[in-house]
Design a protein around this ligand. Sequence first.
Ligand SMILES: Cc1cc2nc3c(=O)[nH]c(=O)nc-3n(C[C@H](O)[C@H](O)[C@H](O)COP(=O)(O)OP(=O)(O)OC[C@H]3O[C@@H](n4cnc5c(N)ncnc54)[C@H](O)[C@@H]3O)c2cc1C
Length: 440
Amino acid sequence: MPERTPRVVVVGGGFGGLAAAKALRKARAEVLLIDRNNHHLFQPLLYQVATAVLSPGQIGSPIRSILRNQKNTTVVLGEVTGVDKAQKCVFVSDADRQDVPVAYDYLILATGASHSYFGHDEYEKFAPGLKSLADAVEVRNKVLSAFEQAEAEEDPSRHRDLLTFVLVGAGPTGVETASAIAFLVSNTLRSEFRRVDPASARIVVVDRGDRVLGSFSQDISRAAKQRLEKLGVEVRLGQSVDQIDADGVVVAGERIPSKTVIWTAGVTPSPAGKWLNVETDRAGRVRIQKDLTVPGHPEVFVVGDTASLDQDGKPLPGVAQVAMQQGRYAGRLIHRRLTGKPAPGPFSYFDKGNMAVVGKGFAVLESGKLRIHGFIAWLAWAAVHLEFLAQSNLRVSVFVQWVWTYLTGQWGSRLIVNYYGSERRRLVSDAPQKAMAASK
Ligand SMILES: Cc1cc2nc3c(=O)[nH]c(=O)nc-3n(C[C@H](O)[C@H](O)[C@H](O)COP(=O)(O)OP(=O)(O)OC[C@H]3O[C@@H](n4cnc5c(N)ncnc54)[C@H](O)[C@@H]3O)c2cc1C
């Protein structure tokens, strides 16, 4: 009897899952990568799609294209809905079938996180978050539509409200998005409107913490705040959002009328902890061991944003580097087990540093004792982000776009992509006729 090839199921083709699959490229195993999206997404540049610098296709790549030369790997489009640890299978749903069991010998869960409204899910309708390409296109539609609505509005007293943009959360995404909107209004859109002056737009960043970029050091936070203010962004720290509705936000008891509120304040892990029925931290992330497995199940690994692991007494942050290093470690560990080699030492995260961009030609960078801000940091930021894009065609295209934008101030993809109300009605009313036609 020929020996059965062991199967490694990787759930998630983000930073962690992709690194794991790549680390298994030489393994004598059948690798099955399952993702509910057909693309790997470079989330750190999502804000540039949301603010119309880049187009969606410049920060996402089809997972099967990235892994096309990896012959032992099959990519499946589907959503995992549960795990049966005893039977060693995951349940996968797609457009056709529900909860199909897929067996594994090894399982790597790298299902990431989504945004959290801290118990106020009703805010989502008015304040989209930024986690997927669909989110970024929705935010882009909202931002660009605000200018169109203001231009169409004859009553000048309404212009101010229509051109008020509120970012909830002063972490890297809030800061980067706010500064990109500031650049958009003062450069790209400057000469294109007749009734409104885009540069008069009000951009507000709100956070209940006492500094912007709270995960950076004090002096870097200070530099980022000064830079935001120089760009005309209003920074409101130590203030909580009490309410978000169709008319705007209420911050520390004061209403800020706005048609464009963007949520960048919190994340919640995928339900991997519930699927596995194992211990999680307070945020719901799966508590894993030093070899990234779940206690009692040496064949089940959890990596990236959906995992919780302490190092030097502190939880590892939810950043791409952690996910990539953990994914690579899990893939290599499985490879070694399959070849009968001894296990490597425990996982140890190597922190290469933190960066965030604050408008054109300005970034902040922290790496070990090095703390810099300004143009040099921005060059480093640009180089690192280009390097980590998934495919070389994206690197070239993003590089060219950035150079063009830097030199001309012109943004890349300023399209509002929406159905017209009448089109959607037609689609809905046509549906039964189309279904009948198809059945004939
Ligand atoms: C706007 C934004 C900006 C960021 N900026 C930075 C930055 O500048 N630097 C940095 O280091 N980090 C940044 N991060 C964080 C970083 O992107 C994450 O830490 C990283 O993506 C985590 O990798 P992951 O593999 O755990 O999850 P992800 O990369 O999120 O991948 C999860 C994958 O799992 C798939 N998936 C989820 N659930 C299921 C399911 N049930 N079935 C099938 N597939 C599923 C998803 O489709 C996705 O492809 C940013 C995040 C965001 C949202």
